[in-house]
Design a protein. Sequence first.
Lengths: 329, 328
Amino acid sequence: MPLLDIQGLKTHFKTDDGWLHAVDGVDIAIEKGETVCVVGESGCGKSVTAKTVMKLIDMPPGKIVAGRVLWKGRDLVPLGPEEMQKIRAKEIAIVFQEPMTSLNPVFTVGDQISESVRLHEGLSKKAALERAIEMLKLVNIPTPDKRVNDYPHQFSGGMRQRVMIAIALACSPQLLIADEPTTALDVTIQAQILELMQDLKERLGMAVMLITHAMGVVAEVAQRVVVMYAGQVVEEAPVEALFARPRHPYTQGLIRSIPRIDTAATAAGHRQRLEAIPGTVPKLVAPKAGCRFAARCRFAQPSCTTADPPLREISPGHKVACFLAESTS
Amino acid sequence: MSAAPLLKVDKLVKHFPVKGGLLKREVGRVQAVDGVSFELAKGETLGVVGESGCGKSTTGRCILRLIEPTSGEVTFEGKSVTGAGKEELRALARDMQIIFQDPYASLNPRMTVSAIIGEALTIHKLTKTKAEYDARIVELLETVGLSADHMRRYPHEFSGGQRQRIGIARALAVNPKLIICDEAVSALDVSIQAQVINLLEDLQAQFGLTYMFIAHDLSVVEHISDRVAVMYLGRIVEIASAADLYTAPRHPYTEALLSAVPIPDPQVKRKRIMLQGDVPSPLNPPTGCHFHTRCSIAQKGLCDVQRPELKVVAGSGNGHQVACHLRS
């Protein structure tokens, strides 16, 4: 049984123009101790999927229309706020993109780290503070016994993200959801944070669901990759298979549209033209039938726009939602 | 470079005063740009990379005098930009344009696309009649891959990528020679980013444009640039052809920066040079070489005392310059 098993999840939002199908039938399973990257562009539903798992969606305007979120076999969708509170932070923790806005500016970082351990583990104030120092040490913040009394504004962006990770890990969760944790950071700081996450994952044996738009980050940390487009999963594969032989035309486009610094063209000094994906992401209010990528796909056939392509296993562990996957890759 | 450069920047400095206390006296200075010099030849693309706060955007803005530089000299086609009066500056603005990062904030939401793109046409009196004006707007829209029926619409009706195309059309309206692209594709999704990068390359070929391409994404910069300058805490630490810089970096900071870029290929496993700590504050930068506090090869008594100047690497032949006491 997977640790987390998202089945047929649909999260829609009520807007002035009608219901927005932000997440529209998503299946993602994460095994114990596994790192799964969910990759896709703005508005593909990757963050909404993560927030639905944590039940952090404002309802209304949001609504879980269908599907189940099985956490160790138990469905989280019908749970009320109090029961969710017991799972959040203690069993599943989340780290967000914005290290500048997701910390409370009026409390010390020590207070913010100890809040959840006091709540979930009933530790005394003193013991909780000691845990906070221990956590800051774990995420490599120098002089943790002093920094524990500092406020968020006294930390740099990279340091704040370390504090966020310390908060998330304080109760030793079995799953860490990281929603674009390094997007706002500079590359050298991103490298530090990714290395820290890898190291902690190995030491603590937790599973990681990393949400990102950066293929470079995916290649670096993922074991398995889920590619999302317009609210749906279009491809899922072990990381080596996905990069060696992407099967969905969207994944192919995504990989080819990024410039790389390690290719032969760099050494030779001449430029190759980037393969851009034409057009833009479709509107998710009342989406049309058929494959959502068809309008931008260079292989699309008339039949692609009549029926939804199901996510099917094309080789062991490699799933793709494309009618033409056999002929296009 | 044999021909006279299109743009010459000499010892450009921008310090922002920090005021504090009861009397709002100056209590410090943010040394955003600290003696930057480089040349830009006609038709080339110079990439400028560096992390947040390294002064790359401030440099771009000082060149256009959107921010007044503290000192230093900027020369465009032999004419002084830093010494130009109001009228001369307006004339120079026709030759030098800028495209900003945020396609959501850099277009006035109350103006139609036609008015946004055509503002400079009116200011510089480039079209005489309404018909001529409209024809020019349509031509510009089509150049950037939009269509004539977009001209009566407002910015909110467009996606991020389309807005960036509008920003590009606005910059092109006055037939500039130099365009400073300040993180022009950074806010875009990768598939859209590729479209805009290709467009910028096409326009360069079509109009013989010169670009100063400021960005933090090293892969994008490598792709689009002929030469690349690396900045750290207000100074250029290395400048070279893109091929040389990316395959044979000399400065320890450039090496670390390049090794931190994630490669989109799980088969590639590289040795990473992990920099310790964060970039020091530009309010109180380290003495000597700004990088010495995080540098693995820094020598006491040299790197922490003496500022290294940009010097041509011996035997490089094509102007590979580095500012390092130990690697030049």
